[in-house]
Design a protein around this ligand. Structure first.
Ligand code: WT7
Length: 677
């Protein structure tokens, strides 16, 4: 079973040629001039640009003029910038719009509240079906100001880090924007992370302030967020204050650090003077997994990030004034930052906040919402599409989805079956499907079929082409760019763009080691890619020990660290296996300490629960194989290549095992593997 799945789901395959990707159904665009459908008034000042291709080329060859023009026309500045960029890819240096002063919350809220106060900024699609809350730009401004003043009144200052641990809600958006207003740096931690994971992130950021919610409600289930925060606080003595907002308003264990957010906001002044921020001051940090156990606090700054999020939201999704735009991601991930909050609000859009899950109360939830709210753009994850298509077409067909124009996909490769279903059933064959490739580090969408390919030109299941200002390159192991042919290489970006990450919080060396030193002169994404027809980019999956589980990035080392801590465990190794819904799932190999019985009752259950408690539910390995030893080379290195094969059930195709210290270990593991499902 696993074997046949691995052909369908590409996300687990590392640098493997994917037949699955070959395109037979769509015509190519060779020699075809592509028009830009979303109006871009700035084009008038780009000399000689008459087609989409000209425009893209201009964005690369005249990158500074391209971005300077957009930054001037799309952002509201307190003081103009004097230098468009100072970047050097060879040393990982990036600065944009130097000398400029602005405030991101003013750009996302005040200016729209002035011109269009009653326009709906946020539509909260609450977990309870049919319960919406609407927040106008005017109301959002007041929320942001009151929250910002509450922070200031309690002592939060410019440059302070504030941890936000909240479910998708208007108050979470207001918390992010309130930080931006006073120049505090937010670090949103996904509210599905455990107390330990939260504590680790609070400590790394040196956050003294937490903003949280008493409960989260997802799919009808209540999660006691405040209790998780209380558990994290035990490990974080430096936290001075915890702002608590209310979802259900049930009782919770109060600590002396708690400040009731509703109360504080009701007492606070309803206007807060925005702090004038330098373009390169920190806006936020967001933790993401790497190949070691320690998550990286990716840092984004003010102007470049905001402009890039706005431009991509507008042009990738063909966002137009009056549209209702829905990105169903959680605000705890970069997708929520760029495409629920900063991009759409910067553009003055109406952004839908989705609190629920795709199957609650039934698998028609998304489409019920699209019909009710008359949504024009829908941006979701392949894992959800794969899940929903298994329930059949009827849950889609019973709703009127005629308002939809663009369907987006993000987080992992979208397999053919899911792409076709999304396109034909959800989009009724009429919507552009945009498979968007990007990362926490890129700040916004980097490779995407739109705005460049329209109508008849689409390659299913591939992000296809770079966005403006992005120049991808496939680089070989020798560090040289691969040109021509359908070769696989490291997916790198070779020219700077405003949304690029600036550093890893507190660890610039790690930043350079991870992204800029592997292939000098290039930003290295960690992904592999190839080109079909020497033109269209396809992503082949991570090249490092990072898994992609339901679109969530997770380092295998993070799970291994937890398993290793168990008293009975000698050693643990985690690899990814294809999963028909999640795309990929963790598979753990665990060897036990001397004297511990493999039959020990509920050991697997204990290990799974440890991962759930200490990392997050999505990180829990689907299967754990307990053994007396792991396969190692004579120099003591665990042979992951073999473990990957074993995990995938390919026990008869393990490749060369001659370099192993003890080849019988593999035979025993293979026998154990065959006994599992
Ligand atoms: C990693 C980034 C992008 C925001 C959500 C995840 C994988 C992302 C695609 C895609 C194939 C994709 C990559 C990337 N990924 N989008 N369209 N096709 N793979 O952000 O947590 O920073 O993860 O997700 O492996 O490196 P993230």
């Amino acid at each position: 079973m696993i074997l046949s799945l691995s052909k369908q789901i590409p996300s687990a395959s590392r640098k493997i040629k994917l037949q699955w990707f070959s395109v037979t159904t769509a015509p190519y665009s060779h020699g075809h001039e592509i028009k830009l459908t979303t109006p871009m008034p700035e084009v008038a000042s780009f000399k000689g640009v008459t087609s989409y291709t000209d425009l893209y080329n201009y964005s690369i060859t005249n990158s500074n003029h391209f971005w300077e023009t957009h930054a001037k026309s799309r952002l509201k500045w307190f003081e103009p910038f004097h230098t468009t960029s100072e970047c050097d890819m060879s040393v990982g240096k990036a600065k944009w719009f130097l000398g400029g002063k602005l405030n991101v919350s003013v750009n996302c809220v005040d200016r729209h509240a002035q011109t269009n106060p009653d326009k709906i900024a946020l539509i909260w699609e609450k977990d309870e079906l049919g319960q919406n809350e609407f927040v106008t730009y005017q109301q959002l401004l007041e929320m942001v100001c009151r929250l910002a003043n509450s922070l200031v009144d309690s002592g939060v200052r410019k440059g302070d880090r504030v941890a936000i641990y909240m479910p998708v809600s208007p108050i979470a958006v207001a918390a992010m924007l309130a930080c931006a207003r006073i120049g505090a740096v937010h670090s949103v931690v996904f509210a599905g992370f455990s107390a330990d994971a939260l504590a680790q992130r609070i400590k790394d950021a040196g956050a003294e302030t937490i903003i949280t919610t008493d409960q989260a409600v997802r799919g009808g289930k209540v999660i006691e967020l405040k209790n998780i925060v209380n558990a994290a606080l035990v490990q974080c003595p430096s936290v001075k204050r915890v702002f608590l907002s209310h979802r259900l308003g049930k009782s919770y264990a109060r600590t002396d650090k708690d400040i009731d957010l509703d109360e504080a906001m009701s007492k606070a002044d309803k206007y807060c003077e925005p702090v004038s921020m330098d373009s390169e001051d920190l806006l936020f940090m967001l933790y993401t997994s790497g190949s070691t156990g320690k998550p990286k606090g990716i840092v984004h700054t003010q102007a470049g990030y905001l402009l890039y999020a706005m431009m991509t939201q507008k042009y990738v999704f063909d966002y137009r004034d009056g549209d209702i735009y829905a990105c169903v991601a959680d605000v705890g991930w970069i997708t929520g930052h760029s495409y629920v909050v900063y991009g759409p609000l910067g553009n003055g859009a109406t952004s839908v906040l989705f609190e629920s899950v795709p199957t609650y109360p039934d698998p028609g939830r998304y489409w019920n919402m699209v019909e009710r709210l008359r949504i024009n753009q829908f941006y979701g994850a392949p894992t959800a599409i794969r899940l929903l298509l298994r329930y059949g077409d009827s849950y889609v067909k019973k709703y009127d989805l005629s308002t939809l124009r663009v369907l987006g996909s993000v987080g992992e490769p979208i397999n053919h079956e899911a792409w076709e279903w999304y396109h034909n059933v959800v989009g009724n064959g009429k919507c552009d499907v945009v498979d968007t490739w990007w990362q926490t580090e890129t700040g916004g969408i980097a490779i995407t079929p739109r705005p460049s390919s329209l109508g008849d030109v689409i390659v299913p299941s591939a992000p296809m082409r770079p966005f403006f200002g992005i120049q991808p390159a496939l680089v070989g192991e020798d560090g040289k760019e691969l040109v021509g042919g359908d070769s696989d290489g490291a997916c790198c970006l070779k020219t700077p763009w405003p949304g690029m990450a600036r550093t890893i919080y507190g660890d610039h060396e790690r930043f350079l080691d991870t992204y800029y030193r592997p292939y000098p002169g290039y930003y290295f994404s960690g992904d592999g890619a190839r080109k079909i027809e020497n033109e269209f980019f396809q992503i082949t999956g991570r090249m490092d020990d990072v898994l992609n589980i339901s679109g969530h990035r997770l380092g295998t080392a993070e799970i291994e660290d937890i398993l290793d801590e168990h008293v009975d465990v000698a050693e643990a190794a985690v690899v990814g296996v294809p999963h028909h819904i999640k795309g990929e799932e963790a598979f753990a190999f665990v060897s036990l300490k001397e004297g511990v019985s493999k039959q020990k009752v509920n050991l697997v259950g204990e290990l799974k629960s440890d991962v759930r408690q200490k990392v997050a539910a999505f990180a829990v390995p689907g299967q754990i194989l307990i053994s007396d030893a792991l396969p190692k080379t004579r120099s003591g290195k665990i042979m992951r290549r073999i473990l990957r094969k074993l995990a995938a059930g390919e026990v008869n195709d393990l490749g060369d095992t001659s370099t192993l210290a003890d080849p019988t270990v593999v035979e025993r593991l293979a026998a154990e593997r065959l006994k599992m499902k």
